[in-house]
Write a protein that binds this ligand. Sequence first.
Ligand code: SAH
Ligand code: SF4
Length: 348
Amino acid sequence: MNLLNLVPPEAERYLTEWLAARNEPRFRLRQILPRLWQRPVVNWGEATELPLELRESLDQEAPLPRLECTQRQVSNDGTVKMLWKLSDGLAVESVWIPEGSRTTLCISSQAGCAYGCVFCATGRMGFQRHLACWEIASQVREMMLDPKFGKPSNVVFMGMGEPLHNWDAVDTTLTILNDPNGFRIGARHITVSTVGLIPGLKQLAARPEQFRLAVSLHSAISERRAALVPVERRYPLPDLQAVLSGFARRVTLEYVMIQEVNDRKEDAAALVDLASRLYALVNLLPLHPGGHDLEPSPPRNIARFAQELRRAGINVSVRKSRGLDISAACGQLEANTDHEQRSVCSDQ
Ligand code: SAH
Ligand code: SF4
């Protein structure tokens, strides 16, 4: 049994029966459950509040799987990129981003990605596979197991992969992140970023919690968006707009600034139109390098573009790049395991 694949109420049910079958007292549940997510242990042997025999049985019957950290890189801005090797040899990355008193962990939901946005390194890898729930949630758990890190205050699904393409595992992970018996991270501190898959958006919208939603727009003009984000042909802007306007929460539109592709006056006008209809926030991001031949908009153009949006009453922010020097910024993750300079995690 892999308890890390279960939402906390299911884990509780399983453990209650498991304990009853061995005539163990019920209070053991309150000792075991927090060791999954709240005060995680590397294995049951470490949960020394439990009798030795019980720890051994748990390690045999419900062992706690680990993600193996094979590389860790530290940026000069304090951002840290982790490379996790999965049991089948594939690899994914997470990024730890300290920001004053807050820390954001950017997590991956898939190895590779099927959607092939032209500026994205993960997209260039193609789709490898979905991550299991425990592989997604353990990216947070592993940080908590390391005394140098801990529990992040915010979690964003902006690492590798398209979270709404892997909805079942992401759905369960969202519960684990937010549940009082899980990581207990407030829903407003958890952001799902998507390229705009309509079936998944409907499923996310059906959840009652206030999870934040970021939609990777990149152009409010359909043909231009299709040239950057091929999935626009399958889920075109008018349909996306219809689903987003039914969303009960305020949506953020992510917009990567690309010189002479989506940073002109008419691009700003189209974005103003869409963002005001959706009452959305707009997040402008500099285009990061990595395998594409597009040019980032110069800072002056970004400032001008932001100004045009602000003048039209749109709430806009310009996001700072983090971890560029270690290829940890948005769209740079490709889990390249062949780097010459390997800094193997010292504690494993
Ligand atoms: N698949 C999801 C989440 C992962 S990508 C999505 O597309 O939203 C996270 C963010 O990085 C997205 O907004 C994506 O558009 C952006 N991104 C991808 N490549 C980038 C690049 N080269 N420069 C800047 N941002 C990029
Ligand atoms: Fe996939 Fe998101 Fe990259 Fe597009 S931007 S290829 S959806 S990870």
